[in-house]
Design a protein around this ligand. Sequence first.
Ligand code: DGL
Length: 274
Amino acid sequence: MDPRPIGMFDSGVGGLTVLHECLVTLPEEDFIYLGDNGRFPYGSRTAGEIRDFAGQIASHLLALDVKLLVVACNSATAAALPWLQERLDAAIVGAVFPESEAAVQITRNRRVGVMATEATIASGSYRRALTDLDAGLDVFSQPCPRLASMIQNGDVSSPAMIEIVKGYAAPLKAAGVDTVILGCTHYPLVTPMLKRILGRDVTLVSPAQEIARLVAATLRRKGAQNRTGREGRYSFLCTGDVESFVEVGARFLQMPFENVSKVEISGLERMGVA
Ligand code: DGL
């Protein structure tokens, strides 16, 4: 048993989809969530920049004595997960691999689409993870440069947004994929829209559900779960505007955001990983 909290971070509110699935799966655990909304978006940044940010945040959360660090952001996973794991003496899990494993298990026609930020697609992480698992898979990668920002700003239904998403989905539909990985933790927040646009025959793979499974399995196998039957606590940190973080976060997560503190970016910048 390990009563310490789990630390989790994203560039903004997207990782809250991962937190939500973790709260459903692991209601007895405590969580500290950090949204780096002051430096959002990550998806249009270079791998080096994202690595620096991820290193600072990981150091900050590990200093709060978390038992497991969850990179609840695909762009940060793609740029920084192995880099963090090599440098930090901590259990660290992230995205990409868990969704890839699920997609390879789900697909019947071995044609898999990936929707993700520009940074994640450019890293080639999904293509590598998917073809490591099934070398004969056809992978169709679709960068969606504007989608996370629209969701982060609270736009989940404007006609303009739907047209943009239809444009992102069109090449995947034309390619005949039967499985699409939502390769950004913001995207599960618009699952109903994506389902309508991609159609009933396409199975969507959510990073939130797959990461939550990985978190649960990791705690179980390490014997690091909290005491069952207790009610977990959660607190939030953000680096940007607290009010908009609370507003959008509470709306998406449908829970009160009472325990929110601001972390100064200047303080984080002093924390990086050596
Ligand atoms: N939620 C982040 C991800 O999973 C991306 C959003 C962004 O910062 O561009 O990639």
